[in-house]
Design a protein around this ligand. Structure first.
Ligand code: NCD
Ligand code: ZN
Length: 347
């Protein structure tokens, strides 16, 4: 297959940031995706319905008219989030989920939840309203090795949480391990998972062998090859429970290429092409559309997109660093050649 046309994808996990960064990056997602679940880890975080509405307005302003792109907003849970706020969020049509960051787990998670098993009233409200809980599934216990933090989170936090709340709907975000794949498969329809392109493409050698490559540093951290293999199987699995979430996370060049570089890979400029390359290498291009465009809407109870995206097997070079105010942002794989080129078809 050297060309295929699929329903327009959605990105079920995206960081757009704010201000000049937002203005510089949002167009890359809008060029490919119909909708995206917008992560709330701004500084300060988006913790109320009012803030989520205002952030949505800033995203729409940055997009300009007729972008055709719909931001699906989320709230950031803190130790102070109340059940009433969850109920208000569930009643707000532009809010589609709430995000649980264990405090200290990742970029801008300082205000997250200290003990995810101690937010029972919030979890109860989520259960009652059906609003999904999106989970950054890593423990922050410093005695747990960074490569084990996802697997330990499943054991210590996620499994007991799901047991206590049989109607809670959860997305395990950016899964990276065989344990996460097995856990999602062991549960019913109420648990889904997003997978990034970079975790499907690379194991931790890409980040560490032959030199330390900060653009491959993201959280959860890249794992060993057997985990990548489990993710590949999950992405093409017919269960419909695994879907595209790029976790595209732009940072200024200097903040990544630093003695203490921050976590996040900016994949949005070529996100769908990277997934196409992975599915192509697996001989599974016929499964791509379900992963990018059908499974996510089904989980979120939304219609699939009407527009179509064309993918051609035509090499392209991943764009050069982009400017954002006085900064530059380096796209993941910038300057390297990839196999596919995507173009959105007119309505
Ligand atoms: C994300 C960011 O930069 O906001 N970074 C990352 O490595 N994925 C936060 C996150 O999703 O963990
Ligand atoms: Zn993220």
């Amino acid at each position: 297959m050297s060309e295929l046309t699929i329903r327009q994808p959605d990105d079920w996990h995206l960081h757009l940031r704010d201000g000049t960064m937002l203005e510089s990056v949002v167009g890359f997602s809008a060029r490919q995706c119909g909708r995206a679940i917008i992560m709330p880890n701004l500084v300060p975080p988006v913790t109320s319905v009012t803030e989520a509405r205002a952030y949505r307005d800033r995203i729409l302003a940055a997009l300009g008219p007729d972008s055709g792109f719909t931001p699906l907003m989320t709230l950031y849970l803190t130790d102070r989030t109340t059940a009433t706020e969850i109920e208000q969020a569930a009643a707000e049509p532009h809010i589609h989920a709430v995000k649980l960051y264990p405090a200290g787990a990742t970029t801008n998670s300082e205000n997250g939840v200290t003990d995810p098993l101690a937010i029972e009233p919030v979890l109860g409200a989520l259960e009652r309203t059906g609003l999904p809980l999106l989970v950054h599934g890593e423990v922050v216990d410093p005695t747990v090795d960074i490569f084990d933090r996802e697997a330990v989170f499943i054991e210590r936090v996620l499994a007991p949480m799901l047991e206590r709340h049989p109607d809670l709907r959860v997305v395990m975000e950016h899964i990276t391990t065989a344990q996460a794949v097995a856990f999602v498969r062991s549960q019913g329809e109420r648990l889904g998972a997003t997978i990034t392109a970079h975790h499907l493409m690379f194991n931790r050698n890409a980040m560490l062998a032959g030199g330390i490559r900060p653009h491959y540093y993201c959280l959860p951290i890249l794992k060993r090859e057997k985990h990548r293999e489990a993710l590949l199987e999950a992405a093409i699995d017919p269960s419909g429970r695994f879907f595209m979430g790029t976790d595209s996370a732009p940072h200024p060049k200097g903040a990544k290429e630093s003695a203490c570089g921050c976590a996040g890979a900016f994949t949005a400029p070529v996100a769908v092409e990277l997934y196409a390359q992975v599915f192509d290498q697996l001989g599974a291009l016929d499964r791509l559309e379900a992963f990018t465009s059908l499974n996510g809407p089904r989980f979120y109870g939304l219609p699939v997109n009407e527009r179509r995206l064309k993918l051609e097997r035509r090499p392209q070079v991943v764009p050069e660093p982009i400017t954002a105010g006085n900064d530059h942002v380096v796209p993941f794989l910038s300057g390297e050649s990839i196999d596919w080129t995507a173009s959105l078809l007119d309505e």
